[in-house]
Design a protein around this ligand. Sequence first.
Ligand SMILES: NC(=O)c1ccc[n+]([C@@H]2O[C@H](COP(=O)([O-])OP(=O)(O)OC[C@H]3O[C@@H](n4cnc5c(N)ncnc54)[C@H](O)[C@@H]3O)[C@@H](O)[C@H]2O)c1
Length: 422
Amino acid sequence: MDLSVDAVIIGMGYVGLPLAREASAAGLSVIGFDLNLEVVDGLNHGRSHIDDLGDSEVVEMLGRGFFATTDASELRHARTIVVCVPTPLSSEGLPDLAPLRAAAESVAEHLQPSMLVILESTTYLGTTDEEIRPILEAGGLVAGKDFSLVFSPERIDPGNKTFGPKNIPKVIGGHTSTCADAAEAFYSRFIDSVVRTKGTREAETAKLLENTYRHINIALVNEMAKFCHDLDIDLWDVIGAASTKPFGFQPFRPGPGVGGHCIPIDPNYLSHRVRARLGYPFRFVELAQEINAAMPNYVARRIQDQLNLDGKALLGSAIMLLGVTYKPNIADTRESPAIPLAKTLLRQGAELRFHDPLIKQFAVSGYDVPRVDDVTESLADADICVLLQNHREYDIEAMTAVSRRFFDTRGVAPPAHNVELL
Ligand SMILES: NC(=O)c1ccc[n+]([C@@H]2O[C@H](COP(=O)([O-])OP(=O)(O)OC[C@H]3O[C@@H](n4cnc5c(N)ncnc54)[C@H](O)[C@@H]3O)[C@@H](O)[C@H]2O)c1
C-alpha cells in the first residue's frame, strides 16, 4: 500500500480548486480528480476556470507537483480524500445526491486502511452517516476503525478578498473523535483555525443553519421592500439607520432574488429532511423560499409599472439587464434571479438585451439574450435599464445620467429624477 499523496481532492470547482491551492501552497502533495475532461486539461495546461484563482496560481501549483486527472485510480495513493462535488436540486426541487454518491463510489473502489475521507459538499443532515458511510464500508473496511470519516462544511465565499480557505475557520465533525483528530491534523497544516463539533450531524447542521440564516434574513428585507415601496418609505435608508446599532443587528439587503449554489438550494436540503423525517414542515425555510422565489416576478411588475408611467407596455419595450450573475464580480450565473426575471419579461414580449462584463452569453429557455458590448452607448436606447448586479466595473452615476429610466435593485444609484430603487 502506497499512500504517498497527502490529498486527492474530488471536484475541481469553486470549492475544490481553492482548497487544492491552499494545501499545495502549504507544501502538501495534492492531486485534483474531476470527471470533466475540459476542466482537467485546462488545469494541467495552467488555466483556471474560476474567478478566485488566476492562471498564474495554477501554474505555481503545477510547479509544486499538483496535477489534475480524470483517472479515479489516483485515489488509491491518497492519505486524505476530500469530496467537493456539487449537490444540486433535481428538476422537482428535491436534493440530488447523484454526484455525491458517484464520488463516494469512486472513493470506495480505492479505499485503503488508514485513509481519511472528508466530505465538504453541502448536504442534508445525516448524509455522511447514512448515505456515504454505507457506500464506503461496502468493501469491508469500517469507518472509525479502519479509516476515518469526517464532514467538514465548505464555507467559501467566491469573490471575497478578505476571507478565503486559509482564514475561514474550518468546522469538522468526525464519525468518531479519532476521525476528528485525523481531520484536525490534516486541516491544521494549511488552515488557521479548526473548530470541532460533536459529530458529523452537528457539522452538517451548522452549515445548513448558516445558509438558512441568510436565506431567512434576505427574505425578511425582500418582504419589507414590497411594503416600504407601497408606503413610500426608503428601505435602504432604514437599513442604513438600523445598521448603526452596535450590537444585535446584522444588515441584509433586498434584491431581485437569491442565486448561486448555496442560498436557494441548501435550505431546501434542510426543510426536505425535516419533512421527510419528522413529517412536519420547517416553516421558516419554506416561507423564505416562497418570498425570495417571488422576487424576480415582483421586479418584473415594478418594471412594468415604470414603463406604464411613459404610456408603454412590456410588449415591445426595450429593456436592458445590467449584471446577470448571481453575485457581483463573479462569473457565475447558477440559479441567478436574472434567469427567471428574463423569462418573465420575454414571455410578455419585451425586447431584452443584457450587459455583464463577466458573461459573454446569457441563454434563457434556449434563447440567447442579445449582449451589448458597449454598455454606455446602449443605455440610452433602452426604455428602461435594470441594475441587477453591481459589478465593480460599473460607473453607476454615469450610467444613470444617460439612461431614460434606471431601476436599481441594489440600492446603489444616486438619487435622480429617472432613478427608481427597489
Ligand atoms: N460555490 C460556492 O460558493 C460554495 C460555497 C460553499 C459550499 N459550496 C458547496 O460545495 C460543493 C461544491 O460546489 P462548487 O461550487 O465547487 O461546485 P462546482 O460545480 O464549481 O464544481 C464541482 C466540480 O465537481 C466535478 N464533479 C461532479 N461530480 C463528480 C464526480 N462524481 N467525481 C469527480 N468530480 C465530479 C464537476 O465536474 C465540477 O468540476 C457543493 O455542495 C456546494 O453546495 C459551494
